[in-house]
Design a protein around this ligand. Structure first.
Ligand SMILES: Cc1cc2nc3c(=O)[nH]c(=O)nc-3n(C[C@H](O)[C@H](O)[C@H](O)COP(=O)(O)O)c2cc1C
Length: 184
């Protein structure tokens, strides 16, 4: 199963991006997580560009359209979703295959509940399926703000892996039931 990971931060030392890279390295063998690196190349959303979307937008849509699920981690800025993430989601509103797309939200800042709630609202409005059991806040400490620090921390790796396994179960189906979502 293929998962596209989207970070709402462009910062080189981003905690959210580090969390997604750590998740990619922890993913079980049958789950390939690709961290999409092109969100900073997207123009600001402008519906006038829909007639001939820029290559950066086409690349995002192709990546998301070809994924069985999304993994999102995004910072909160002034109690809102980062502009980087909201801009990316605005470009995905018209993507038909976004409908019923399973999404797991990793929140690297448990205090950041405004942006977490806003992201859920946006994703639900876009008809994605937020997989609640796979959407978790991960408590980070000074030692676990980097990818290597996260991977060296049993509580952090356990929390990430548990979220990934719940996302996988939601996509592939578990307990002898059939898949809950179509698998490509
Ligand atoms: C302009 C600005 C506004 C912020 N506003 C909030 C906020 O409202 N709530 C919060 O929990 N953190 C806030 N933060 C802290 C960031 O979310 C935090 O630094 C986070 O680590 C950034 O994500 P990143 O490490 O992935 O870049 C803010 C940071 C900046 C620079």
């Amino acid at each position: 199963m293929k998962v596209i990971a989207l970070s709402g931060s462009l910062r080189a030392a981003s905690i959210n991006s580090a969390l997604l890279r750590a998740a990619a390295r922890l993913a079980p063998q049958d789950m390939r997580i690709e961290v999409f690196r092109g969100l900073g190349d997207l123009p600001l959303f402008n519906i006038d560009l829909e007639a001939a979307v820029p290559p950066s937008v086409a690349a995002l849509r192709a990546a998301v359209g070809g994924a069985d699920a999304l993994l999102i981690a995004s910072p909160e800025y002034a109690h809102g979703v980062s502009g980087v993430m909201k801009n990316a989601l605005d470009w995905l509103v018209s993507l038909e295959s976004f409908i019923n797309k399973p999404v797991a939200l990793l929140n690297a800042q448990p205090r950041a509940y405004f942006s977490d709630a806003a992201l859920r609202e946006t994703l639900k409005t876009m008809s994605a399926v937020v997989v609640e059991s796979a959407s978790v806040s991960i408590q980070l400490t000074a030692d676990t703000l980097t990818e290597e620090g996260m991977l060296a921390s049993p509580p952090v790796t356990q929390a990430i892996l548990a979220a990934l396994l719940d996302l996988r179960a939601a996509v592939l189906g578990g307990g002898g039931q059939g898949p809950l979502f179509p698998v490509r």
